[in-house]
Write a protein that binds this ligand. Structure first.
Ligand SMILES: C[S@@+](CC[C@H](N)C(=O)[O-])C[C@H]1O[C@@H](n2cnc3c(N)ncnc32)[C@H](O)[C@@H]1O
Length: 270
């Protein structure tokens, strides 16, 4: 570990201890302080501690130089990702790009305040108060490269598709797009399309890092993960952990101009 990183880990603002204290406060209270002096109940929308643990371990395993997050809300997911990156020794200045158009208007800055409390805001985390479809093309035009993206914004097929499209353009090979709430049909349709038409593979965490080997197939798939898309049910759902799907980029896009692979193919039953 370099002296700089050692210093950052121990450093009070933006260091492990203060990030952990901020996470613990949000998780134990399931609420977050807002601008108006009130507290906002975050139980219905913030990621769970178990999902946060998945994100933290992925961020740690990937050790990305830069990451992007769509949908800040309470910033609990951001804090887990930052802690995972920090313990891997890779949390550079301004290297966490987070976007949320409603941070002030709807969320009364609960996420901004938590990031500030953890000493991350405007230091390592850049928070863009605009929709991802506005912020992402600008980051691309600025030449941003990254290795990890977490998409947890407006959970509709067209929004997620646009967000993943731009994230891919900035994503290095070997990088991962993580998606949340895979019980939602729009997310399931996206994953079925993306894994059959783009060079991405589902992966999961194991002790040594990320693996694309299918997990134990004898384990039944959760009922809320059974979708209208056979490729999703057979090859993708088994990888979902705590509602999170990890998709690893294996190659740049090299499709012919007219390429299309069916992603809702149902084999005929004989
Ligand atoms: C489910 S919440 C995210 C929860 C967050 N991961 C957490 O741990 O608190 C979804 C967030 O996406 C934001 N959002 C909605 N539309 C968006 C868009 N077009 N681009 C980026 N974020 C968006 C919402 O304002 C909301 O904060």
């Amino acid at each position: 570990m370099t002296p700089d990183i050692q210093c950052k880990i121990q450093d009070e603002a933006g260091g492990i201890e203060v990030i952990s204290a901020t996470i613990d406060a949000l998780v134990s209270r399931r609420s977050a302080p807002a601008d108006d002096g009130q507290v906002v109940d975050i139980g219905g929308f913030a990621i769970s501690a178990d999902a946060g643990d998945v994100l933290e371990r992925v961020a740690n395993a990937l050790s990305p130089k830069a990451s992007i997050e769509v949908g800040c809300a309470s910033a609990l997911s951001t804090l887990y990702i930052c802690r995972g990156r920090l313990t891997s020794g890779a949390l550079g200045e301004n290297s966490v790009h987070v976007m949320d158009p409603k941070q002030t208007t709807h969320w009364k800055n609960i996420g901004r305040r938590s990031l500030d409390r953890a000493g991350l805001l405007n230091r390592t985390v850049k928070l863009y108060e605009e929709p991802a479809h506005v912020a992402l093309p600008r980051l691309l035009a600025e030449g941003t490269r990254m290795q990890f993206a977490f998409i947890d914004g407006w959970h509709m097929l067209d929004y997620v598709m646009v967000e993943a499209f731009y994230c891919d353009m900035m994503m290095d090979i070997g990088g991962v797009i993580a998606l949340h709430d895979l019980w939602m049909p729009g997310l399931q349709a996206f994953a079925a399309f993306w894994c059959t038409n783009r060079h991405y593979e589902p992966v999961r965490l194991q002790a040594a890092g990320l693996t694309s080997y299918l997990p134990d197939s004898s384990k039944p798939i959760r009922q809320d993960l059974v979708s209208a898309f056979p490729p999703f049910n057979e090859r993708i759902a088994p990888f979902v952990e705590e509602g999170i799907l990890l998709l690893r980029k294996t190659s740049d896009d090299d499709r012919r101009w007219d390429a299309f692979h069916e992603f809702n193919y149902r084999p005929s039953i004989t």
